[in-house]
Design a protein around this ligand. Structure first.
Ligand SMILES: [Ca+2]
Ligand SMILES: [Ca+2]
Length: 182
């Protein structure tokens, strides 16, 4: 014989207890999500910062890494800095400006120390509130005995800021074609 009592569903009390437990658990979870979302960086701002940083890194890395300033007549033949009348010194040479019409930056190291960047190379302003800084430094590359010496490898650091947020990316540019002019 069938016991009808065992076939009954949950009682009202059980249902209410279940709803209370689920409610308390959900409240706890949502509180954690809310705290995380408030204290974490705005993903859209981080994404914008990264896009700016990557654009600048591409701009720097696309330039030559020659022994001589590319305006030097010996630039296409020099095999060391001693063969240049105007060796490419760290930082920009006299008169050079980023994207300048007459004497633009013409070497990776010209970007060293460039701060307060608020436009792209064509002069188009970056979104309001963003600013960037670039540093370039000789840095040996590779494990152990450093297969690429510091004289042939530059570490480029692009730092983008927005209010209190800071994002930095780094990349290496090696002297793989030292006589290649733009
Ligand atoms: Ca230069
Ligand atoms: Ca330079």
């Amino acid at each position: 014989m069938c016991d009808r009592g065992r076939q009954q569903g949950v009682t009202l009390i059980e249902l209410i207890v279940f709803m209370v437990i689920v409610g308390v658990a959900l409240t706890g979870m949502l509180t954690v999500f809310n705290l995380t979302a408030r204290s974490g960086a705005d993903p859209m701002i981080r994404k914008q910062m990264l896009a700016i940083a990557e654009g600048l890194m591409d701009e720097v890395a696309a330039l030559p890494f020659t022994w001589c300033d590319p305006d030097d007549p010996a630039a296409a033949t020099a095999i060391n800095a001693a063969a240049c009348a105007t060796p490419e010194a760290m930082g920009s040479e006299v008169g050079e400006t980023r994207g300048g019409a007459v004497t633009p930056f013409d070497n990776v190291n010209d970007y060293n120390g460039l701060a307060g960047i608020a436009t792209n190379i064509s002069g188009t302003p970056m979104p309001i509130g963003y600013a960037a800084t670039i540093t370039v430094a000789p840095s040996a590359l590779g494990p152990g005995a450093s297969p690429v010496p510091a004289a042939a490898s530059l570490l480029v650091t692009v730092t983008v800021s927005f209010n209190n947020e800071v994002l930095a990316i780094q990349g290496y540019r090696t002297r793989y074609v030292p006589n290649s002019l733009p």
